[in-house]
Write a protein that binds this ligand. Structure first.
Ligand SMILES: Cc1cc2nc3c(=O)[nH]c(=O)nc-3n(C[C@H](O)[C@H](O)[C@H](O)COP(=O)(O)OP(=O)(O)OC[C@H]3O[C@@H](n4cnc5c(N)ncnc54)[C@H](O)[C@@H]3O)c2cc1C
Ligand SMILES: *[C@@H]1O[C@H](CO)[C@@H](O)[C@H](O)[C@H]1NC(C)=O
Ligand SMILES: *[C@@H]1O[C@H](CO)[C@@H](O)[C@H](O)[C@H]1NC(C)=O
Length: 301
């Protein structure tokens, strides 16, 4: 908007030019039945998702195997100049209709930078017999999937806390990754981040290349990987993310810090207690409660 304003103020110093530009904008507007404010005078690119109630079909560009059961999928946004329209941390709903006519709807969290134009990316794990995850894994390039949203889970503000601890397992890394990306790419955001990320084996660690690249460039991010089954060459932690480890590694509860948790049911149960519903965080139990954390110190994605 400001660049349009600047251009108009420049034009305004030349009245004849201003009149002719306004007249041509107005006549284009009439011919196409667009009202003037909506007419894109400069092609700035829009947002594909604006929290409307409509389902938007996006075309799959490619899907890549990340692990034996997880794919990285790239979908085309409505316009190549569009951004997704999401803020950190948000998700989208996906939908497909079964041959019998019932709707299958599930939430997924994009992992692409939210300012990326033209393309939105997801990491999706396939569950045995899983309706949506099997459907998504079977999509071929040029197939479409319906999306709706966004749904904001946690609205991040720069320097919202001095330090945050992210505790995740498996595909639960996806909203945590959005936070890591958002914070580290903003030079004015000095939030320190400790990521504790559990996976089955080293090969199952999702987005490891991306995470390691960010950590090597940004001191503010420290990553602690955990695997259930380690190989002899594994340099990270072995076993579950434990109370013993967290008691030493977490800064302790305070208003300057926050813990974000996302993972499979077992991880919630052990670390924070489960969420009751999308709108009810439930009581804080588990390791974090044992370590003196209170409900308001923790957010469960
Ligand atoms: C806020 C939010 C964000 C999410 N973001 C992502 C994401 O970025 N990437 C991603 O891959 N998934 C994500 N999920 C999970 C996703 O929405 C689906 O629940 C998942 O893909 C399974 O759906 P499905 O239809 O394939 O399985 P369903 O048909 O619903 O379930 C089939 C069987 O799969 C097993 N199963 C399903 N979900 C799980 C689970 N979480 N842990 C263990 N077993 C399970 C169960 O045995 C279940 O009976 C997110 C979930 C939430 C709530
Ligand atoms: C523009 O709107 C007018 C009145 O609403 C309508 O009669 C006309 O057909 C429309 N023109 C176009 C090109 O849609
Ligand atoms: C997808 O569509 C494009 C353009 O319509 C076409 O060139 C390409 O071959 C298609 N790819 C597949 C795998 O069908």
């Amino acid at each position: 908007m400001s660049s349009i304003g600047q251009r108009f103020s420049r034009l305004a110093s030349n009245p004849k030019l201003l009149v002719s530009v306004l007249a041509s904008v107005a006549s284009i507007g009439l011919a196409l039945n667009y009202s003037a404010p909506q007419y894109p005078i400069y092609n700035q690119g829009g947002k594909t998702f604006t929290n409307g109630d409509e389902w938007i079909d996006l075309k799959l560009i490619k899907s890549i195997d990340l692990t034996k059961d997880t794919k990285h999928l790239y979908f085309e946004l409505k316009d190549k100049d569009d951004v997704s329209g999401l803020i950190t941390a948000s998700l989208l709903l996906t939908k497909f209709v079964t041959p019998k006519g019932s709707n299958v709807i599930r939430p997924y969290t994009p992992v692409s930078d939210l300012e990326q134009k033209g393309v939105i990316e997801f990491v999706v794990k396939k569950y045995e017999g899983g309706k949506m995850s099997s459907h998504i894994h079977d999509l071929k390039p040029n197939d479409t999937l319906s999306f709706k949203g966004p749904i904001v889970k946690w609205k991040w503000e720069p320097n919202q806390f001095k330090q945050i601890s992210l505790i995740g397992g498996g595909t639960g890394i996806t909203p945590l990754y959005q936070l890591v990306d958002e914070i580290t790419k903003n030079p004015k955001d000095n939030t320190k981040i400790d990521l504790f990320y559990g996976s089955l084996t080293e090969e199952d660690i999702l987005l490891k290349k991306e995470l390691d690249a960010i950590a090597s460039k940004h001191n503010q991010l420290k990553i602690h990987y955990f695997v259930d089954k380690a190989t002899p060459t594994w340099k990270g932690e072995t076993g579950y993310i434990s109370k013993e480890f967290l008691s030493k590694a977490l800064p302790g509860p305070s208003a300057d810090t926050k813990v974000f948790v996302c993972g499979p049911p077992g991880l919630y149960k052990a670390v924070s207690g489960p969420k009751v519903s999308p709108s009810d965080q439930g009581d804080l139990t588990g390791v974090l409660a044992d370590l003196g954390y209170a409900k308001e110190n923790v957010f469960k994605f």
